[in-house]
Design a protein around this ligand. Structure first.
Ligand SMILES: NC(=O)OP(=O)(O)O
Length: 367
């Protein structure tokens, strides 16, 4: 045994001893189990309870932090200590994709494999999805084969249909309304960079889209203050603004909306943006490029940010929304953020179907 591996082993043992009394309550998988809970799937896509992992609207502070802790634990133990952790041995994940993907697809496939599981990538041309077999029937059939369904859909209602009819957990791999997996990766990245989440001021600059909505459902709960700048007509959904305000009030955080990117970025620790033309909006491209003029995150805009500012982007990136100077700067955490998609989706899937508990010490959430 080399000196290095003896040192690694000793460090791991000390970590495990230190964290023994610091566990959060385990997350109980909140799957649909009885007809009673079907009532929560009403016609309003914004008001349902998050029964599986569709939006993070229904996830509380402890659950979000527990997922981040599991993700950090997997990253440290597998990547740093080279441990073998295989809680998904014998388990399968169906990955339904109605849209293209690099990060969500590859992070899930490789992450599930790393945990000992098996994934099946299914596009609309592979299965009878909504064409010669209804989504509901597809959900019922897949539930007999796999332990988790992860789906990237055009319309959020399709996720609800899958979740309503599946007897296994359904994970949102992106919909028109939410992208919760991305937000977990963002939080893990910020936790790694700053060493805490509570008290960070995060400025969103751009479209009030699925990423914005997911940030709004989670950031106030973990102590992050939000300043959201969108052009008129591209604001986040009103019902979600109401929910976000309630989360902020409950957790003592702030949420502000403006159409002025400079106002949103003033004093910001974290600046986040996304493409101005999401998948499926290609026909609106010309109008959107015009409407978002002045919203580029660039050297001029970041002058008003805090000295320790960082930049996040879910990717893929276009130069319209962020200049090369910012995107490739030392302040940009985008590659670390992309990698963290893997550790966080692993945490979500493992926590839904196994009793996996973290072994590293609980992260320090406050400065
Ligand atoms: N951020 C993200 O979801 O990337 P993909 O579209 O490549 O999955």
């Amino acid at each position: 045994m080399s000196l290095r591996s003896i040192f690694n082993k000793a460090s791991r043992s000390v970590s495990q001893l230190l964290c023994r009394n610091q566990r959060y309550p385990a997350i109980i998988p909140q799957r649909l189990r009885s007809d009673d809970s079907l009532d929560s799937f009403d016609d309003n896509p914004y008001s349902f309870v998050d029964e599986t992992f569709l939006s993070m609207k229904g996830r509380n502070e402890l659950e979000i932090k527990h997922l981040l802790w599991i993700a950090a634990d997997l990253k440290e133990r597998i990547k740093k200590w080279n441990e073998t952790i295989r809680p998904l041995e014998g388990k399968s994940v169906a990955m339904i994709f109605q849209k293209r993907s690099t990060r969500t697809r590859v992070s899930t496939e490789t992450g599930v494999a790393l945990l000992g599981g098996h994934s099946v990538f299914l596009t609309e041309s592979d299965i009878h999805l909504g064409v010669s077999e209804s989504l509901a029937d597809t959900a019922r059939v897949l539930s007999g084969f796999v332990d988790v369904i992860l789906a990237r859909v055009n319309v959020h209602d399709d996720l609800k249909t899958l979740a309503k009819n599946a007897s296994v957990p359904v994970v949102n791999g992106l919909s028109d309304i939410f992208h919760p997996l991305q937000i977990l990766a963002d939080f893990l990245t910020l936790q790694e960079h700053y060493g805490y989440l509570h008290g960070l001021n995060l400025a969103w600059v751009g479209d009030g889209n699925n990423i914005t909505h997911s940030l709004m459902m989670a950031a106030p709960k973990v102590g992050i203050n939000l300043n959201i700048a969108t052009p008129k007509g591209y604001e986040p959904h009103t019902d979600l603004r109401k929910a976000c305000a309630e989360f902020a009030e409950e957790h003592g955080t702030s949420v502000n909306y403006t159409s002025d990117p400079r106002e949103a970025c003033a004093g910001a620790n974290v600046i986040v943006t996304d493409t101005w033309v999401s998948m499926g909006q290609e026909t609106e491209a010309q109008k959107r490029l015009k409407d978002f003029k002045g919203y580029q995150v660039n050297d001029e805009l970041v002058k008003v940010a805090a000295d320790n500012w960082t930049f996040l982007h879910c990717l893929p990136r276009k130069p319209y929304e962020v200049s090369d100077e910012v995107f490739y700067s030392d302040h940009s955490l985008v590659w670390q953020e992309a990698e963290n998609r893997k550790w966080t989706v692993m945490a979500v899937i493992a926590s839904l179907v196994t009793d996996l508990e973290p072994e590293i010490p609980v992260p320090k959430w406050k400065q």
